[in-house]
Design a protein around this ligand. Structure first.
Ligand SMILES: [Zn+2]
Length: 108
């Protein structure tokens, strides 16, 4: 049988869709959840096309105190920009503009 109607991939327009708070069955049990305000992607607001890996001041806002990249849920960044952001941060790390890790301690 021939596969019919392969859906076109790589449509970036609908990538940043945000779903309402109820996602999983477990979350439904507790009705009173903390509802954060609906966040929009800061890069989309500023109409940033390409995230600059040299712009450390901006990138710094998207990493934790430990130097880890913050997740999309925390920052509200859309899929497209989160992808660009993570690559920019990783690139900045390689150029030693940003740390991989803030401290080197023994973790037991
Ligand atoms: Zn965005």
């Amino acid at each position: 049988m021939a596969e019919e109607m392969l859906e076109p991939i790589g449509q970036p327009e609908g990538a940043g869709e945000q779903r309402p708070a109820e996602e999983r069955g477990a979350a439904r049990a507790q009705q009173r959840r903390y509802f954060p305000r609906k966040r929009v992607c800061a890069f989309c607001v500023d109409k940033v096309k390409i995230i600059d890996y040299k712009d450390v001041a901006t990138l710094q806002r998207y990493v934790t105190d430990q130097g880890r990249i913050r997740g999309r849920k925390q920052t509200g960044t859309c899929a497209r920009h989160q992808h660009q952001l993570s690559r920019a941060i990783k690139r900045a790390r390689q150029l030693a503009l940003m740390p991989y890790c803030f401290r080197h301690e023994f973790v037991s």
